[in-house]
Design a protein around this ligand. Structure first.
Ligand code: GLN
Length: 510
């Protein structure tokens, strides 16, 4: 850890709005338009972002690795294409942060774990390839909770990421580095992964937009697996339109992922600009009133529902009864899958090895030293849930709950186009506040987990500020492949958000 929890490394305040200037304050779509037309150079855009990183990264620690030289080389290539009259693509020159569990060829990929120290993947994840082919410039590998297990980015072997809005607080997790990078102006876009809320919850806490797509919409090829039936890659952006732009670049069938959906993907941006007149919006009663939802978050959700009603949507409360059991089912299924997925880290095939007298001792020493405490807790939980004699009572039962949740959502979507819920129960909490109490940490995802269990899309949009002037996110949920209507509603919320929260650094906070 670079400094004790609670204290910012140099005792500075939040990343100020004033430091977001030039292209660091621009949307991804404006950067791409500028670079494509030759008005902006990709290298110039990158240098501005790298200066912002140099100035603030010692405070924020959003990255495990900043790939400045490779980024400069890539930006020059993009500029050379434009000079030759070729179109680099819809993300031309856009700086992007990549969560450090996305494989990058020849570039260290650590999952913020000691056990992967020194490992360089021999290939790029499909999403990494896709954003590069669209003209984006990868600026670095973003910090995360080890193997994506956590809600605060404190379970990282490289130390915690700090929330750019308040350096004494967490950015959320597990994709906290990705969310913080976008909020701090280190990159216009970021990619993360969401197994139980790891894109949406940090997006909410950092005041940016974060999207978990429909399961199978985005290829998982090259995503280091946590819980394969739940994991999805998705984008972060400072606006709904930017998140749609990024999602449309990374979605689509991939024969390298056997769970990838066939056919043409829905276009996330296809219904932007249409308003919400006549749309049916259900507020999920069990999540709006869940234990632990703080009054500021409840008020923001009410405000969001009212704003949609004022724009012509039909808004009602709806019961989705089984979502109450989502958290319990998730903490059987996700650790069960993780215990199997993480069996491959044995000191032979990847990165780190701790020696032993014989191979069994070597395995044990490697895994004991290589994994952090939370990862070991999950492996033990999962191994127990899958053990003979307990399988039916734990894992089997959790799978039945999963089916009930899918049925309840299907029934809700027979009457509603989208559903609304809080994203995180509270605004960003202080570093260290939940590290000693795993259950308190797990409860951060009570509102986000149900969509993962169902395989449905959901996204978080900033909607006003809460306690201490910190950002609040509201969650829009949609049925499978309902991304277009989900973004349509998210855009209306963004437009109606109080106090101009489209700007994550709005001085108007409070
Ligand atoms: N916070 C949840 C967990 O710890 C979700 C993590 C995720 O979505 N990757 O499992």
């Amino acid at each position: 850890m670079s400094s004790p929890a609670g204290a910012s490394p140099t005792g500075q305040g939040p990343v100020p709005a004033a430091s977001l200037s030039g292209s660091c304050a621009m949307s991804a779509s404006d950067i791409a338009a500028g670079v494509r037309s030759g008005e902006l150079s990709a290298l110039g855009v990158l240098e501005e972002h790298l200066s912002q990183v140099e100035r603030w990264e010692p405070e924020v620690h959003a990255f495990n690795l900043v790939t400045a030289d490779a980024a400069r080389a890539r930006a020059r290539e993009v500029d050379a294409m434009v000079a030759k009259g070729k179109d680099p693509g819809p993300l031309a020159g856009v700086p992007v942060a990549l969560k450090d569990l996305l494989c990058t060829r020849g570039v260290p990929t650590t999952c913020s774990s000691r056990i992967l120290a020194g490992w360089r993947p021999p290939y790029d994840a499909t999403v990494v390839k896709k954003v590069a082919e669209a003209g984006a410039v990868a600026v670095g590998k973003a910090n995360m909770d080890e193997f994506a297990m956590g809600s605060s980015t404190e379970h990282s072997a490289t130390g915690p990421t700090r929330n750019p809005h308040d350096l004494k607080r967490v950015p959320g997790g597990s994709s906290g580095g990705s969310a913080a990078a976008v909020a701090a102006g280190f990159s216009a876009l970021a990619l993360g992964s969401d197994t139980g809320g790891s894109i949406r919850q940090p997006a909410a806490l950092c005041g940016v937009v974060g999207v978990k797509p429909t399961y199978g919409l985005v290829s998982r090829y090259g995503l280091v697996a946590f819980a394969s039936s739940l994991d999805q890659i998705g984008p972060f952006g400072r606006s709904v339109a930017d998140a749609a732009l990024a999602l449309d670049v990374i979605s689509g069938h991939d024969e390298l992922d056997s769970t990838s959906l066939p056919g043409d993907p829905p276009r996330a941006a296809s219904r932007l600009g249409r308003g919400v007149e006549g749309l049916r919006v259900g507020v999920i009663a069990e999540l709006a009133g869940a234990e632990g939802i703080s009054p500021d978050v409840a008020a923001a959700l009410d405000g969001a529902a009212q704003s949609l009603a004022a724009s012509g949507a039909k808004v009602e409360e709806i019961s989705v009864p089984s979502v109450r059991f989502g958290l319990s089912a998730y903490y059987m299924i996700a650790p069960a899958e993780a215990s199997s997925n993480l069996a491959r880290y044995d000191g032979v095939r990847y990165g780190f090895r701790s020696p032993g007298q014989d191979i069994t001792e070597m395995y044990m020493a490697t895994r004991s030293v290589g994994f952090g405490a939370e990862v070991k807790r999950r492996i033990m939980l999962g191994t127990y849930a899958l053990s003979a004699g307990y399988y039916d009572a734990y894992y089997g039962k959790a799978q039945k709950v999963r089916t009930l949740i899918i049925r309840d959502f299907d029934s809700a979507y027979s009457s509603f186009d989208v559903l609304l819920a809080p994203t995180s129960p509270t605004v960003a909490f202080e570093l260290g506040a939940k590290t000693a109490d795993p259950l308190a940490m797990y409860l951060s995802d009570v509102c986000t987990i149900p969509s993962n269990l169902a395989g449905h899309p959901a996204m978080s949009v900033p909607f006003g500020k809460g306690e201490c002037g910190l950002p609040i996110g509201v969650q829009v949920l949609a049925p499978a492949l309902g991304e277009p209507v989900m973004f349509q509603v998210a855009e209306a919320l963004e437009a109606a958000a109080p106090l101009g929260t489209g700007d994550p650094h709005g001085e108007e906070a409070k």
